[in-house]
Design a protein around this ligand. Structure first.
Ligand code: MOS
Length: 747
């Protein structure tokens, strides 16, 4: 029996002080003796081939140690297939590895790696590499690629079928009293964590160590080992601090392997840091896309049909699309459904996971279309959702493992003051500002890893414990939450528990992606710490010198490091007494957890929520300002109220950015991204941030994992952009079917 004392508390981040005092060492802060610096030079054309590279001038520049191109870089051993990092296999972000031949597939593709004794000298020499190209016509935009679209068998690295159907969507549309047919377009998005990706590589004989900014040290280890033809035991990956990621450090791109190769070539430790500009061309992105929604409904607002088609560009080598047609096809009761992905080959890298991968864009389309339907039928938007509520997964008929969605609508609406909304667009004003209220449903799947997740717990004779698992903390607060999980399982105060992670020498954890981190890591930590507690209790009850001798272990409870009988709290002893008596410096236990294969077959697993936004639009200037956001979410067990809220708030604010700010576009003439810095790629900053109210709805989930943790990493973003767009419509009466909605759209 575990009693929660620490779990759920708003405990401060255990690494907060290190971060704010500059004492946290990120991958590009690692200083090694005789370290050299690598700089990537990227292709300046989107398509074609390198016809000549003149490296003479660069090689002659001061301090230059090497210029590696396709002519002298060793060939990679194998190119592993595209597999999501959660699967615990090698996880390259794309199946193409650069610098193997002269072919150019996208602008920014590495064509040279320059290594010098200082960063500045490497940067200077990189500018001296003379590359001549033969350029061929490129395709980079939806408008250019539309005519060559094809229907892939599967997307998302083969994990999601290209088409999903139930019932008969044509028949459903024929039954409908009303129909909505709307097409939504989306600009491409780039991840922009504060810390750009970086790897510091060093060899000790044939042993490689990489300090890498990654969401999963095993993902980096296995990928680099496969690329270089090494056994994984010869590749250690350390990642103690990671400055955000949002998906761009989930899959493993070329730079960690290039850093390793540059280090081996020069015989010196090498640090390779992507520039901010390179972050737009080197670590994947959310693809430009178009989604068409066709809804059929009865006059009472019951959905009879949902057709959802998506068109998006992918790279020349992989069939990747973010899975936008997942939650949107499951969140409402609708008997007739058709979801189809279409792709076309473009001169970009393979797109990748980006926060709320798929669902953030898919639910934007569905939830804007639902708002259009509500408006057309004259039904309140919340009421329309309630009429289509389902307590089973419509794809399978399986019940949700836990839900809470109705409570989310209700509590969210109450906190927001939804009942004050006059349904007539343009009916609320504040001076010159038009005020709009919008809402949307949120949902994100509960993913599980495909393999066992492991952790280790060790108690020392001084009564303190360390809990170890390989996972890095890339800003989510996982190290703090795991300290709390271990404290409760061991019966120790949090101050006496310390979490160590971010190193492949520790027990293996898959990359934390798809909001699965808290659930799977807490499961491993809880199992290891519980095993250790059980072992200590077993030692005590089996020890003739212990006051607990002969007791039933099931009647022993541990609190503050003291094992006592549940019904006789005076009878017992501390962990320390037990260890001292037996001259034990420490006791250690391992734990492993795998998701039950039954759960996915018998339950629908999703995290639900409801989003509400108030927007003010200045019709004279075309400005849209979000004034308030309220989100109510039911993420199962909350491990740390502060970090969970922070995650959800971050997601909601990103939804604001998705709706109004974030955009990158390809220049079709040049075949390159227009935005290449945070000056021209706009993200929501403090001046844009309204009051954000996050409400946590408690639901118990006995299916997903031992602690019932469903995850908060991404659901906060899902639906938030739609709530904002719907509020823009309510304020102005205008339907702007695109993300982001910009000034030009509102003038
Ligand atoms: Mo997250 S975007 O699924 O790494």
């Amino acid at each position: 029996m575990t009693t929660a004392f620490a779990i759920g508390q708003p405990t401060d981040r255990v690494d907060g002080r290190h971060k704010v005092t500059g004492d946290a060492h990120y991958s590009a802060d690692i200083h090694l003796d005789a370290m050299a610096y690598a700089v990537l030079a990227g292709a300046r054309v989107p398509s074609g081939r390198v016809t000549a590279i003149d490296t003479t001038e660069a090689m002659d520049a001061r301090g230059v140690l090497a210029v590696l191109t396709h002519e002298n870089l060793p060939r990679i051993a194998t190119q592993p297939p595209l597999i999501p990092s959660l699967a615990g296999m090698p996880a390259p972000g794309q199946t193409f590895f650069p610098l193997q031949n002269e072919v150019v597939h996208y602008t920014g593709q590495p064509v040279a790696v320059v290594v010098a004794d200082t960063l500045e000298r490497a940067q200077h020499a990189a500018a001296l590499v003379r590359v001549t190209y033969e350029e061929t016509p490129s395709v980079t935009t939806l408008d250019q690629g539309r005519d060559r679209a094809y229907e892939p068998e599967a997307i998302f690295a083969g994990f999601v079928p290209g088409r999903n159907e139930r019932g008969d969507v044509e028949a459903g549309l024929a039954q409908a009293d009303v129909r909505i047919d709307a097409t939504y377009t989306y600009a491409a998005n780039n991840h922009n964590p504060i810390e750009p990706s970086a790897t510091t590589a060093t060899w000790d004989g044939d042993q490689l160590t990489l300090y890498d900014a990654t969401q999963g040290v095993a993902a980096t280890q296995l990928t680099v080992a496969a690329l270089l033809g090494l056994t994984p035991s010869k590749v250690r990956v350390v990642s103690h601090f990671v400055g955000g990621s949002f998906g761009c450090k989930a899959m493993i791109w070329a730079h960690p392997a290039l850093a390793a190769l540059a280090s081996r070539h020069t015989g010196r430790p090498v640090r390779l840091t992507l520039t901010r500009e390179q972050m737009f061309t080197s670590v994947g992105h959310r693809e430009e896309q178009e989604q068409r929604i066709t809804l059929g409904a009865t006059r009472e607002g019951r959905l009879t049909a949902l057709r959802h088609h998506k068109l998006s560009p992918t790279s020349h080598f992989d069939d990747w699309a973010e899975p936008s047609l997942g939650v949107a096809g499951q969140i409402y009761a609708c008997p007739n459904y058709e979801g189809v992905y279409r792709l076309f080959r473009a001169n970009t890298m393979t797109p990748t996971f980006m926060r709320a991968p798929g669902e953030a864009s898919g639910m934007f389309a569905l939830e804007c279309a639902m708002d259009e339907l509500a408006h057309q039928l004259g039904i309140d938007p919340v009421e329309l959702r309630l009429r289509n509520y389902t307590d089973t997964d419509p794809n399978t008929g399986n019940p949700w493992s836990s839900c809470g969605l109705r409570e989310c609508y209700q509590r969210g609406a109450e906190r927001f003051g939804w009942q004050r909304r006059n349904p007539e667009p343009g009916s609320h004003r504040d001076g010159d500002w038009l005020i709009g209220y919008g809402m949307a449903t949120a949902g994100y799947p509960v993913y599980g890893p495909n393999n066992p997740q492991r952790a280790r717990a060790r108690l020392y004779a001084d009564g303190s414990a360390v809990i170890q698992a390989a996972t890095p903390d890339f800003g989510t607060g996982v190290a703090t939450a795991m300290t709390q999980v271990a404290a409760d399982a061991l019966g120790l105060p949090v101050e006496r528990c310390r979490f160590e992670g971010g190193d492949t020498t520790l027990p293996t954890i898959a990359a934390a992606v798809g909001s699965a981190g808290a659930g799977m890591i807490s499961a491993a930590v809880h199992t290891a710490a519980t095993n250790l507690r059980d072992e200590l209790v077993a030692q005590a009850v089996g020890d003739a010198e212990s006051p607990l001798h002969g007791a039933d272990p099931g009647t022993v409870v541990v609190r503050d490091g003291r094992m006592t009988l549940r019904d006789l709290p005076e009878t017992g002893e501390s962990y320390q007494d037990l260890l001292h008596r037996h001259f034990l410096p420490d006791v250690e236990a391992a734990g492993a957890w795998s998701p039950s294969p039954r759960s996915a077959g018998e339950y629908g697993m999703m995290t639900f929520g409801a989003q509400f936004a108030e927007v003010a639009v200045d019709p004279w200037l075309g400005l849209a300002r979000v004034r308030r956001m309220v989100g109510a979410f039911a993420p199962g067990r909350v491990l740390n109220a502060k970090t969970a809220r922070s995650q959800l708030m971050g997601g909601m604010l990103w939804g604001l950015g998705q709706a109004l700010l974030e955009a990158n576009y390809m220049d079709p003439r040049r075949g390159r991204w227009v935005a290449s810095s945070l000056g021209d790629y706009l993200v929501a900053v403090n001046a844009d941030a309204p009051e954000v109210d996050v409400e946590l709805i408690e639901v118990e989930d006995k299916v997903v994992n031992p602690l019932g943790v469903k995850g908060v990493g991404e659901v906060g973003q899902v639906g938030a952009a739609a709530a904002v767009a719907n509020a823009v419509h309510h304020a102005t009466g205008r339907r702007v079917r695109k993300a982001p909605i910009t000034i030009e759209d509102l003038l």
